[in-house]
Design a protein around this ligand. Structure first.
Ligand SMILES: NC(=O)c1ccc[n+]([C@@H]2O[C@H](COP(=O)([O-])OP(=O)(O)OC[C@H]3O[C@@H](n4cnc5c(N)ncnc54)[C@H](O)[C@@H]3O)[C@@H](O)[C@H]2O)c1
Length: 283
């Protein structure tokens, strides 16, 4: 596979690096040279830590690092690609304009995949002349650690494209699951939201404190982090906005954000990044 990754932020940088670790030839594109530089140095840090821990041989590390080619020119980045994964900002108009550009610049047989967390491919693919070769591939942060890709087919995605996306995920060294229908939240966020919503319901009803709910989930379900600790880790604004999005798009009362969560966000207590959320963190 010749892969191109568009957008070198938190996700794109690591998708490219994970692919190169698996021996895939990959071009990473961002319109910002500074962002490409940041991606390279961050990837080097991650890979070198593996070498220090004895988990990766030094020559393999260098091969994986030099396997990610970079370009600020989108046309150059996709010129040889038979598979493209887009990971730019979560902005529908931006994604649509990138897909229109990719449709013009990429090989006609290339698959165009989007890593969007919330936008089904049908919202984007209609700007291309190849909607049957467009698909969602939802990776998880941090991609170098998290072994899952949700492959989501849109109404026009062909069987062949689904197969190619599933095998691309495997070539990148990640386990794919197939979602046959576009649905908000795909599988993982759907289940996470349901569990988190129940945790907030228990909190709001005064059934238990957040620390005890976290402990119950961590010890009883073996989750590495309970819902409140996880919220602090991801950012309570992210959790709040995701719930608001689900609530507005489904109208389902189950997704209405908790008043206590809303209060935290309004008070600027967003979790680790602000030093306080549900828990307090040393600065
Ligand atoms: N962060 C997560 O946990 C996560 C998890 C799964 C999926 N996603 C999805 O992945 C996508 C990227 O998220 P992220 O967290 O990596 O974002 P990010 O903000 O870290 O990176 C986005 C990158 O896109 C680049 N970009 C913006 N406009 C561009 C353009 N016109 N051409 C080229 N590059 C451009 C930016 O320079 C930036 O480097 C989003 O769709 C998001 O929903 C994010």
């Amino acid at each position: 596979m010749n892969l191109a990754v568009i957008g070198a932020g938190s996700m794109g940088a690591q998708i490219a690096q994970q692919a190169a670790l698996g021996g895939v030839d990959v071009f990473l594109h961002d319109k910002s040279a500074a962002q490409l530089e940041k991606a390279r140095s961050s990837n080097r840090g991650h890979i070198m830590r593996r070498v220090e821990k004895g988990k990766l041989a030094a020559d393999e590390a260098e091969k994986a690092l030099s396997g990610v080619h970079e370009s600020t020119d989108l046309t150059e980045a996709v010129s040889r690609a038979d598979f493209v994964i887009e990971a730019v900002f979560e902005d529908l108009e931006l994604k649509r304009s990138i897909f229109a550009e990719l449709d013009r610049a990429a090989l006609p047989e290339a698959v165009l995949a989007s890593n969007s967390s919330t936008m089904g491919i049908s919202k984007i693919a209609d700007v291309t002349s190849r909607p049957e070769r467009c698909v969602n591939m939802h990776f998880f942060y941090p991609v170098l650690v998290m072994d899952l890709v949700e492959v989501v087919r849109g109404p026009q995605t062909s069987d062949e494209t689904v197969e190619r996306a599933m095998s691309a995920a495997r070539e990148i060294g990640r386990t794919p699951v197939l979602i046959n229908k576009e649905i908000d939240g795909f599988i993982v966020n759907r289940i996470l939201h349901a569990a988190t919503q129940e945790a907030y319901r228990l909190l709001d009803a005064g059934v238990a404190g957040f620390e005890d709910i976290d402990t119950a989930v961590e010890k009883g379900l073996n989750w590495p982090m309970g819902p409140f600790r996880l919220g602090d880790f991801s950012g309570l604004d992210v959790t709040y906005n995701a719930r608001l999005h689900m609530y507005r798009s489904t109208g389902d009362e189950r997704f209405r954000p908790s008043p206590q969560l809303e209060a935290k966000v309004k008070a600027g207590k967003l979790g680790r990044k602000t030093g306080e959320g549900w828990y307090r963190y040393a600065k």
